[in-house]
Design a protein around this ligand. Structure first.
Ligand code: CMP
Length: 137
C-alpha cells in the first residue's frame, strides 16, 4: 500500500465539484485515510509549493491557492502516487486525456482542479504538511 496527498483546489471547491471528485476517487478504489477542508494563507501556500519558488507562475499560483477553501486528502492504494496522477491527467487540461479529472473539471493550467504528489519523498512532505501522525492511524 502507498499513500499520496491530494488537493481539490479552490477553483473546484468554488464550483461545487468536491463531491463529484470524491466520488471519482472512491470509484477508482482509493481508500480515503484523512480529509479536511482548509483555507490556506498566502504563506501556507508558499510553504507547500516551496519547490516552485523560482518559477514565473509562483506568485500567481500561491495567490490562487489561498483565494478560497480547498479540500486536502490522504489517498491510499497500491501505487497510489501514480494511480492518482493518472486519474487527474496532465497538469495542462488542454493536454489531459479524455476521462481524466482535469480534462473534465480544470479551467486552465493554473486553475486545474486537483493536485497530487509526484514522488514518495514529496508525498511524505506534503502529507506531513497537513496531517499529523495521529490523524493517519
Ligand atoms: P500542481 O500539480 O498543483 O503543481 C504545481 C502547480 O502550478 C500546477 O498544478 C498548476 O496549478 C501550476 N502550474 C504549473 N505550471 C504552470 C504554468 N506553466 N503556468 C501557471 N501555473 C502552472
Amino acid at each position: 500500500m502507498e499513500r499520496t496527498l491530494a488537493i481539490i483546489k479552490p477553483d473546484a471547491v468554488e464550483r461545487r465539484l468536491a463531491g463529484p471528485i470524491i466520488q471519482r476517487i472512491e470509484d477508482a478504489g482509493f481508500g480515503i485515510r484523512a480529509m479536511r477542508r482548509v483555507h490556506l494563507s498566502k504563506k501556507d501556500a508558499e510553504g507547500f509549493y516551496a519547490v516552485h519558488r523560482a518559477r514565473p507562475f509562483f506568485a500567481s499560483l500561491t495567490r490562487f491557492m489561498s483565494s478560497g477553501p480547498a479540500v486536502v486528502l490522504v489517498l491510499e492504494a497500491p501505487d497510489a502516487i501514480k494511480k492518482w496522477r493518472t486519474l487527474m491527467g496532465a497538469t495542462d487540461p488542454a493536454k489531459a486525456d479524455a476521462g481524466t479529472l482535469r480534462k473534465e473539471f480544470a479551467q486552465s493550467i493554473e486553475r486545474n482542479a486537483t493536485h497530487g504528489s509526484d514522488a514518495p519523498e514529496t508525498a511524505a512532505y506534503e502529507i506531513g504538511y497537513f496531517f499529523s501522525g495521529l490523524e493517519l492511524i
